[in-house]
Design a protein around this ligand. Sequence first.
Ligand SMILES: Cc1cc2nc3c(=O)[nH]c(=O)nc-3n(C[C@H](O)[C@H](O)[C@H](O)COP(=O)(O)OP(=O)(O)OC[C@H]3O[C@@H](n4cnc5c(N)ncnc54)[C@H](O)[C@@H]3O)c2cc1C
Length: 459
Amino acid sequence: MTDYRHLSYWLSGLDEPLTPRPGLPGDTDADVAIVGAGYTGLWTAWYLAEADPTLRVVVLEREIAGYGASGRNGGWCSALFPTSLPALARRHGRDRALAMQRAMHDTVAEVGRVAAAEGIDCDWRAGGTVMLARGEAQLQRARAEVAQAHAHGLTDDDLRLLDAAEAAARCAAEGVRGGTYTPHCAAVHPAKLVRGLARAVERRGVRIHERTPVTALRPGAAVTPAGVVRAPVVVRATEGYTPGLPGQRRTVAPVYSLMVATPPLPEETWARIGLAERETFSDYRHVIVYGQRTADGRLAFGGRGAPYHYASRVRQGFDREPRVFAALRRALGELFPVLGPDVPVTHAWGGPLGVARDWAASVGLDRRTGLAWAGGYVGDGVGTSNLAGRTLADLIRGVESDLTALPWVGHRSPHWEPEPLRWLAMNAGLRVMSSADQSEHRTARPSRRADLFNRFLGH
Ligand SMILES: Cc1cc2nc3c(=O)[nH]c(=O)nc-3n(C[C@H](O)[C@H](O)[C@H](O)COP(=O)(O)OP(=O)(O)OC[C@H]3O[C@@H](n4cnc5c(N)ncnc54)[C@H](O)[C@@H]3O)c2cc1C
């Protein structure tokens, strides 16, 4: 049996047994069947149960609640959305784009509100995000991001430029030339959030069956080896694991993000690094990195850079890529030389997130078939999955609301290309971005290759 504690630093330290809940006992009738007990499935269940306690909601999970990205992520509960504000405005108009972004802002507070109301102690700290600009090319991107955000209706209260001193006062990384700050983010302990949420939905009468793999989703039914859950609405909440379901191989591509955590750092070290408000932090390089100061005083730091695996395969072995762990340690050491030449690391892990072909997250319910879905959050699912859950609860109950009018509702992303094209394109993109970072480091000039690639993706 899988040692679930081994899957991430967050799961490893939980003060609760990770014993699987009982599996599905046999054929069952329900009003809503949800496949996947990560944030998406559990938020959907929570809002359904809150709105209508008489609904029979059944969640089916192949492993345990929080097994997927929800138990392993960087713990940025942010208002980031995979499609940028300008790209949303091009597709849907300025007002709808702004409504989407404002809904994401509200979502951060909503996660904190429900966590507090349910007594979920997830080390919540709404300290915002500081994005560092290290070098001229990154500074140009920081300025451009703020200018674009303001041109689309946001203000300094949402995102503002920091000069070098202001940025370093928040996060004293090496070579900081400036940066940006947004208050719209909280640092969380992701596994405490997802496990607490599972208990909260159970208290509200939702049934969760673990170690229950769904082998097929079809209108009116979720099929498992132990029996069939018959329900007029079936929700797919499987994100990076979606390609394993029949008929879904090209719906999203699983992309791996990997993380490391240091031991708890002494107060003298924190006095030199900063992050006094537990701001989540990153910089403006192309191959995304992200970090947080954990409640127990560690640096938890992650990044992309792991290869995409042929045919969208997802395996536990792919969670660990020594080359990427070494690169993350190097990157941490470059950011914070105070950590010494050999950055100490106690935990290293990773997991798959879901990327749609047009990089657009979406949520929807096909009324004809009763099949619903949410996902394609790329690396922004901690907040976005809550908005998805609230929206699905409205869609499923037939309620028209501000949420169901948001532009991502009902969006259908195109399918990914068949292999080997998918593999070639994903890994070529990764190479473009990392070579762009290297060239910007050498020349201090923005890389045109990365801009062209971003434009090709419609960012
Ligand atoms: C290392 C890492 C760092 C990240 N950092 C951040 C961050 O800081 N901020 C942020 O916003 N986002 C981050 N993300 C992304 C974020 O974690 C995800 O977008 C989010 O957790 C997705 O939640 P989910 O419930 O949709 O999917 P998941 O949490 O992946 O849950 C899907 C569940 O479905 C189950 N399942 C799959 N197939 C089946 C089946 N056939 N039958 C039954 N069950 C099935 C899985 O076992 C799993 O439990 C990160 C992701 C990773 C991997």
